[in-house]
Design a protein around this ligand. Structure first.
Ligand SMILES: Nc1ncnc2c1ncn2[C@@H]1O[C@H](COP(=O)(O)OP(=O)(O)OP(=O)(O)O)[C@@H](O)[C@H]1O
Ligand SMILES: [Mg+2]
Length: 390
């Protein structure tokens, strides 16, 4: 079919042609908005899951939903490393200012404009003075230089202003596991305080499966502060719709066995569904996609995934780290015990600490529990078994 009309969107954070299987999360977020309007108590929300399951897409969907309800919306993506930490703070400053600007034509503006000085002061406290030159500053508000205090004062001022127009203040944080401990701790503390004070302030975060654990390690009461949602593979009916509906909308139909083959190959994972859907569209020569088309699409889609999604990760690993990954692949995509990986490699666990921690910082694996590791992407073990070079 004409590639120009291909509806599928394999990529990072790209809006899919049909957002399937996330109704429960979307309803939970709708409820948060509705309850905020009624000034009822609510919790923030955290989405966690492997790479490519659709966390960013869902987070963007929530942020857009909050915008439509005239919330004060701040969106950032955290970055690892020390430079990332500085960049994240700058981004936060910029995003708060941008959020304020977007409210100009909204009903909350009448209240928010009175506290713009707190944003200016807070941004200086974040080390982003230049960002807020136009906002001015308010002496004695969010200007102590202590992140905890300044964030608390900023949230109090903004959330109280938003409450007057029955809306909320939301900070949407992608890759939240990469936030530095200081900023993460300050954000969780202020979420805690907001609940007690009844301020409509919510952190909506997305990150890898180790995110809930990271939050609990930072502040032990975190587990009660958030509505934790695990985002994973789609159920078979939703997965079928994710491929079938966008095609049907353009007048293309899949034979039942063709659709089943594509959904099985993707194993319900959103990124893979987009990749196989795209390949199926490209190979189909008529408005009916049959099993032969699907088989060819699976071959092409798998090659493309191997060449991009998987190989880019594989190439980040050194030969020693690849040995580690190969030893993990014996457990398929389940968690591996670090002791067992070591014994497979005839080493002690401590001899492999460097390889293990490098693989974690490169984002290829994560520690779901103490003494365990797991791949961050679904299907990695099958990819590794297809690699013959060391
Ligand atoms: N519910 C869904 N139905 C169909 N396709 C989806 C769905 N959610 C996401 N996708 C598609 O899956 C791909 C990955 O989405 P997204 O980038 O949001 O994943 P992610 O979990 O944020 O991944 P990462 O951890 O790498 O950032 C995109 O191509 C997107 O269009
Ligand atoms: Mg993402």
């Amino acid at each position: 079919m004409d590639p120009d009309l291909n509806p599928f969107a394999p990529g990072s954070g790209l809006k899919p042609p049909a957002l399937e299987g996330r109704q429960a999360e979307i309803e939970a977020f709708d409820r948060l908005i509705a309850r905020t309007k009624r000034k009822a108590a609510e919790r923030g929300m955290l989405l966690s899951g492997l790479r490519g399951v659709g966390k960013t897409v869902l987070l963007n969907n929530f942020a857009a939903q909050a915008e439509r309800h005239e919330w004060f919306v701040v969106q950032i993506e955290a970055q690892p490393s020390t430079e990332g930490r500085k960049a994240t703070r700058q981004k936060l400053a910029r995003a708060i200012e941008a959020g304020a600007r977007r409210l100009r034509a909204k009903s909350a503006w009448g209240y928010v404009k009175d506290v713009l000085g707190s944003i200016g002061s807070f941004n200086i406290s974040l080390g982003a003075a230049g960002v807020s030159a136009t906002l001015g500053t308010t002496t004695g508000r969010a200007d102590s230089g202590n992140l905890d205090i300044d964030l608390e004062e900023l949230v109090e001022d903004l959330a109280t202003a938003m409450a007057k127009s029955k809306a909320g203040f939301g900070i949407f944080i992608d890759e939240m596991q990469d936030l530095d401990d200081e900023l993460l701790g300050a954000l969780i503390s202020v979420q805690h305080l907001s609940g007690q004070k009844g301020w409509p302030f919510f952190i909506i975060g997305a990150g890898l499966p180790n995110l809930p654990g990271k939050l609990s390690a930072t502040r032990s009461y975190s587990e009660r502060l958030f509505d934790y949602r695990t985002i994973g593979a789609l159920d078979p009916a939703s997965a079928a719709d994710a491929i079938g509906l966008p095609m049907n909308e353009l007048g293309v139909h899949l034979d039942a066995d063709a659709l089943r083959a594509l959904v099985t190959a993707a194993d319900g994972y959103p990124f893979f569904l987009q990749a196989y859907g795209k390949a199926a569209w490209d190979v189909a020569s008529s408005k009916i996609v049959n099993l032969d088309d699907a088989r060819l699409a699976i071959e092409i889609g798998t090659e493309q995934l191997d060449a991009g999604f998987f190989r880019s990760r594989w190439q980040r690993a050194t030969p020693a780290e690849r040995q580690y990954l190969r030893a993990m692949a014996d457990d398929h995509d389940e968690a591996s015990s670090t002791a067992q990986v070591a014994s497979r490699l005839n080493r002690t666990a401590s001899q492999l600490t460097v390889a293990r921690s490098n693989l974690i910082s490169k984002g290829l694996i994560y520690a779901p529990d103490h003494g365990a590791v797991r791949f961050t992407v679904p299907g990695m073990s099958a990819f590794i078994s297809r690699q013959f070079e060391p």
